[in-house]
Design a protein around this ligand. Structure first.
Ligand SMILES: Cc1ncc(C[n+]2csc(CCOP(=O)(O)OP(=O)(O)O)c2C)c(N)n1
Ligand SMILES: [Mg+2]
Length: 287
């Protein structure tokens, strides 16, 4: 079982540098996938990349050679439309060949627009219809808690990332209530708080604020950070198990992060760059 970087003795600077390298690669790869497929969700891919890179290349324990290893940490990308970022991450982590990314959304490819657990190693559950990843993550965390209580074996952690617009789905709040009630300290939710949903700002659609207070009221610990600040994310993930409650990290992000003309623009939720825009974007993402 490969050792996560977080437990390797590497210092913070080394850890941050490695995650940043991975994030740069993921952003470029995801954008190329959307460009070549002529479809995808570049805005949400770019906002969630630093979260994915930190989870997979520093925090989480998993074995790509044995994707269903019982002791693995689990991750669910509840905002299942961000498959450019998710597939790039899983390929880089070794779950399937990087070459396969060129088949993204092509006929007969298993790399569909939304992830399928039966087809793709490393995908814990199907997502895409918003509002379902959190309830499933809560179920898995309950199973982990029961296992740990019965045989002291299941020390795995469960991570889930939702979009912020996605939090308008009521199913999240039923799950939140259950997680708070059961004190699921093995569960960490990272909200990709980019303040935009499909076509408009979240606060103009259905107000989410005061978001941190809502999670606290449901029995969760809450931390709010810059979601692109890897050095801020690392200690929160390092210390998550020491808490007595589930943890919600509100990661303030920028939709389209890293590409000047995409940042904070709702149109890039599923906008696809033309050749000229793609070349400029790739250049900017090199920085
Ligand atoms: C139940 C459901 N309703 C609508 C959609 C269509 N849809 C796909 S992405 C999206 C916006 C999601 O916004 P957010 O959760 O903020 O994601 P992000 O900004 O990170 O892309 C919508 C409405 C869907 N996938 N599922
Ligand atoms: Mg959003």
């Amino acid at each position: 079982m490969p050792q996560p970087l977080s437990q390797s003795g590497a210092d913070t600077a080394q850890r941050v540098a490695h995650v940043r390298d991975m994030a740069r690669w993921i952003r470029q790869r995801a954008l190329r996938m959307a460009f070549e497929a002529g479809q995808g969700h570049p805005g949400g891919d770019l906002s969630v990349t630093d979260i994915l890179a930190t989870l997979y290349f520093d925090a989480m324990r998993y074995d790509p050679a044995n994707p269903r290893w019982a002791g693995r940490d689990r991750f669910i990308l509840s905002k299942g439309h961000a498959t450019g970022a998710l597939y790039s991450t899983l390929a880089k982590a070794g779950f399937f060949p990087e070459d396969e990314l060129t088949t993204y959304m092509q006929p007969l490819s298993r790399l569909n627009g939304h992830p399928n657990r039966v087809k793709i190693p490393g995908v814990e559950t199907n997502t895409g219809p918003l509002g379902h990843g959190m309830p499933i993550a809560v179920g898995i965390a309950i199973a982990g808690q029961i296992d740990a209580g019965q045989n002291g074996r299941a020390d795995y952690r469960v991570f889930v990332t939702t979009g912020d617009g996605e939090l308008q789905e009521g199913s999240n709040w039923e799950a939140a209530m259950t997680a708070g009630h059961r004190k699921l300290s093995n569960l960490t939710l990272i909200v990709d708080r980019n303040r935009l949903q499909q076509g408009a700002p979240t606060e103009e659609t259905v107000t989410l604020e005061p978001l941190a207070d809502k999670w606290r009221a449901f029995g969760w610990d809450v931390e709010e950070i810059d979601g692109h600040d890897i050095a801020a994310l690392l200690p929160l993930l390092d210390g998550s198990l020491a808490r007595a409650k589930p943890l919600c990290i509100i990661a303030n992000t920028v939709k389209g992060k890293g590409v000047s003309f995409m940042e904070n623009k709702a149109a890039w939720h599923h906008g696809i760059p033309n050749a000229e825009q793609f070349a400029q974007a790739m250049q900017e993402l090199e920085a």
